[in-house]
Design a protein around this ligand. Structure first.
Ligand code: ADP
Length: 168
């Protein structure tokens, strides 16, 4: 089981093997954390998305690209359910975290930084987005040693700290 570390800050500056992008189905860039990752990582990320994912990604699935100019080596893109648009199946959000950890294992990534998938524009209620992240990461068999959960604001960060398993 990975150690979960809550972090307050910008995911693009994390020095880890892989950072996770909360992408959309098209995988051609977007707002929120997706926009921040493409801006900071440069055009190689979009080029790789187009080359490796001509049809994009299904909701709940994950796939990797280069991390371009970022300190991380890979970006693992995943597509969370759009709660605001009526996609409210919690299993889809759990699947994002599980699939990211599977892709990380394929890559041999041992340190992975996650944003709170679906908790922004997609509108998943924040306390439950935090609960899904912590529960799924702690219950998925993986070789990932450290999972950082990166919150951009004080409120999500406080919720993350409250949700940490007792040993963390
Ligand atoms: P989604 O469309 O899956 O909801 P968003 O990017 O809108 O994705 O938001 C997901 C979460 O990522 C939100 O909690 C948002 O505050 C956070 N976020 C946005 N930018 C960054 C960033 N640069 N680093 C870390 N977290 C971020």
């Amino acid at each position: 089981m990975p150690t979960i570390t809550p972090v307050l800050g910008d995911i693009t500056t994390q020095e880890v093997d892989a950072i996770v992008n909360a992408a959309n189905n098209a995988m051609r860039g977007g707002g929120g954390v997706d926009g921040a990752i493409h801006r900071a990582g440069g055009p190689d990320i979009l080029r790789d998305c187009i080359a490796r994912f001509p049809d994009g990604l299904a909701t709940g699935d994950a796939g990797w690209t280069t991390a371009g100019d970022l300190p991380a080596r890979w970006v693992i893109h995943t597509v969370g359910p759009n709660y605001a648009a009526g996609q409210r199946d919690r299993a889809l959000l759990e699947s994002c975290y599980r699939r990211v950890l599977e892709v990380a294992d394929e890559l041999g990534a041992r340190t992975v930084a996650f944003p709170l998938i679906s908790a922004g524009v997609y509108g998943w209620p924040l306390p439950d987005a935090v609960a899904v992240a912590v529960e799924t990461i702690t219950s998925t068999p993986t070789k990932v040693e450290e999972a950082r959960l990166v919150a951009l604001g004080d409120n999500p960060f406080a919720l993350l700290r409250e949700a940490m398993p007792p040993s963390a």
